[in-house]
Design a protein around this ligand. Structure first.
Ligand code: CP
Length: 309
């Protein structure tokens, strides 16, 4: 495996191998000295054309803990702001002899296009509304830690589905691992063509969050992405919170064993109440913690493992 561009490129066995390696990587996080020699002499560029807290910092931590040299670049502060094209920019960085570029970009498909241009490995750290494969892997890791095998487990993914790359990667990942998935959103935030898509990929859809919650093992709340909305998708924030937010009242609808996930960043009071975000059953900070371990595992598999090219 040279690149990680989409969950669709991974088999169930490959996902399992990444999650298994992440278990050992998670142990490193608990040590006093967080350092492995695995990627000594390797150079990794975090190239983020969109803002990020979790993904960028966890990839940087992952690379540093594995002894790689890591460098952060953003659109601002590089010659992109002088009008250099994306192709010239990434060919320039590639020509320096780097081993990997981790790319976040507002355009869907940008990491795939870059992978076709350059020699080094490319990891998709989120591209437009297309995919966020490392988020889906860390979510699967978090759920597997909770439940073991995900075969037959029921996960509801709720909220702004239209604009969510996390949805697309999680749907692929969870279905590949055998989980049942129900998507819940207002009609205005259901992706177009959802009926045919649901039939083809074997998931359910609902507009009624109250009806779905009592039957889930996990509920994954998605951020309302106001920065990607050009029109009005719901009348008011208050109405959205009442009809689709994980409110204190809705916490009581969840089975006792069910857990709450959110990829972050959260809009507290909109898609998720403070009571839900901070509940005992919330796994939101566990997702963040898993992010470092899973990204270490991805670096290992792409740059050092037996399957690295
Ligand atoms: N979940 C996620 O991608 O968060 P960041 O935008 O902070 O990286």
């Amino acid at each position: 495996m040279k690149h990680l561009l989409s969950i669709a490129d991974l088999s169930r066995e490959e996902i399992g191998a990444i999650l298994d390696t992440a278990v050992s990587m998670h142990d490193v996080q608990k040590r006093d000295v967080k350092k492995l020699p695995t990627l000594r002499g390797r150079t990794i560029i975090n190239f983020f054309f969109e803002d990020s807290t979790r993904t960028r910092s966890s990839f940087e931590i992952a690379g540093k803990w594995m002894s790689a040299d890591t460098i952060n670049l953003t659109g601002k502060g590089t010659s992109v702001s002088k009008g250099e094209s994306l192709r010239d920019t990434v060919l320039t960085v590639d020509a320096m002899g780097v081993d990997m570029m981790i790319i976040r970009h507002p355009a869907s498909g940008a990491p795939k296009q870059i992978a076709d241009w350059v020699r080094c490995s490319i990891v998709n750290a989120g591209d437009g509304t297309h995919e966020h494969p490392t988020q889906a892997l860390l979510d699967a890791y978090t759920l597997r830690k909770e439940f073991g095998d995900l075969e037959g487990r029921h996960v509801a993914i709720v909220g702004d589905l239209t604009h969510s790359r996390v949805l697309r990667s999680n749907l692929l990942c969870l279905r590949t691992l055998g989980a049942r998935v129900t998507l819940v959103a207002p009609p205005t935030l259901m992706p177009s063509g959802i009926t045919a898509w649901a039939e083809r990929d074997g998931f359910a859809t609902s507009y009624d969050l109250d009806e779905v919650l009592p039957h889930v093992d996990a509920v994954m709340m998605l951020r309302v992405q106001r920065e990607r909305m050009s029109g009005g998708y719901f009348p008011t924030a208050k109405e959205y919170a009442v009809t689709y937010g994980l409110s204190p009242r809705r916490l009581d609808l969840l089975p006792d064993h069910a857990v709450i996930c959110h990829p972050g960043p959260m809009n507290r009071g909109l898609e998720i109440s403070a009571d839900a975000a901070d509940a005992v059953s919330s796994r939101i900070l566990d997702q963040v913690s898993a992010g470092v371990a899973v990204r270490m595992s991805i670096l290992y598999h792409l740059l050092a493992g037996e399957d690295a090219q």
